[in-house]
Design a protein around this ligand. Sequence first.
Ligand code: C2O
Ligand code: CU
Length: 480
Amino acid sequence: MHRRHALAAICSGAALPLLPGCAASGSAPTATAPAAAPAGRVLRAGVHTTAAAGQAQLPVWAYDGQTPGPVLRLRRGEVLDLALHNALPDPTTIHWHGVRVPNAMDGVPHLTQPPVAPGETFRYRFALPDAGTYWYHPHWGTPEQVERGLAGALVVEDDAPPPVDRDEVWLLDDWRLDGHGRIAEDFYGFHDVSHAGRLGQRLTVNGQVEPTLALQAGQRLRLRLVNAANARIFALELAGLPAWLIARDGMPAEEAVAWDGPLLLGPGMRADLIVDAAQAGRFTLRDRFGRGERVLAHVTVDGTPPGGAARPAPRPATHDPLPAPALADALAQPLVFGGGMMGMGGWPDDPLTERAARKQRRLGGSREADPVWSVNGHAHMGRHDAHPPLFRVPRGRTVRLQMANRTAWWHPIHVHGHHVKLLSRNGQALSVQPWRDTVLLSPRDTAEVAFVADNPGRWLVHCHVLEHHAGGMGAMFEVT
Ligand code: C2O
Ligand code: CU
């Protein structure tokens, strides 16, 4: 029974769109291995007890028994070929956050694939079009599954990366533990959903409390930061060592920018930094978002730095340019974010009543939240395929998303399947217009982004505060 389902998933959902001639997209690369070949690797999502979040024995949900999951490292252009085996008591999927995947590989239950039921296997297979720092996480019951430990980094290496001595991933997270030191099971709580999302009291880097990274004097480090927290926004500082920002959300910056102030990293966002171990000592990564400050991790530098001048600033990686948006001819689409507590937009004026939404969310991935957030007045609740697209755009056309945050809260807005160019904030054109897959809006912020809709399929755009998405802050668009 399970085996039949597994084969059906491999032969219909996963593999076919990747066969040569089946994929119709220029930006959705094709794989060439025969569909029947076994997947290159199995990744098992299961229930485990492990040392994490400062607890010796923490019951978690984990990939291959570890939280965060294994760092998947591949090269640009390589085919990621992986069979997700679901040993959880719950359906699941994997979303490859930030990767320009073919639509059938995007991991959104019901919209791009069937949910992977307990005992089943689903094969993900696609070529990696861009180098950079990405991550993977479930897109079913996301607030619960990510909080229980299902998240990992995906590093796509460049052909000619900036030269470094060390290359490390720091996946940042926070955990809400209950009085017994276990993960508190109050997922989808109304207060969390309608306010800032689920914040945890225990901060970790790669699942550990205040880990230390040891460097030798003179070494150059590439540090890949991933914010895998459900809701926490970090404002990061690492004082005392020369450091530069070379990429955001996987996409290289045009030039390296000195990291000398708080670096804002909302949920889902990544930053690649270069840090020079220019002097001996102990240095601390701190978060200063909001009130107070919190220690995340340490870097120690041993030895005597080689004499001579400081190393020159690094150069960012090169990358093939993404298609340039054609602004004059673009489809302009407002995205108005409303709802939440404290007024500002009120409740969704939504055709779904509260009761209908409750029924729907029992059937879909956001089963427990109340509909308190909206995009253009509509709460995106329940099954992802239960809603018409917010807009449709023919493939190849440029879209300008005019985002307006009419709420009193921060929202990291994530666009699936594409990178977007950040054009302006609060009506001010930006002199450097960076690529992002997640755009952090502060309260009452507006921002305009543009992208060429070159990846056919149905894609989500949603707040990456996972409780906000579960509470309705999402929409779907279709590239035809
Ligand atoms: Cu990282 Cu739709 O999510
Ligand atoms: Cu939000």
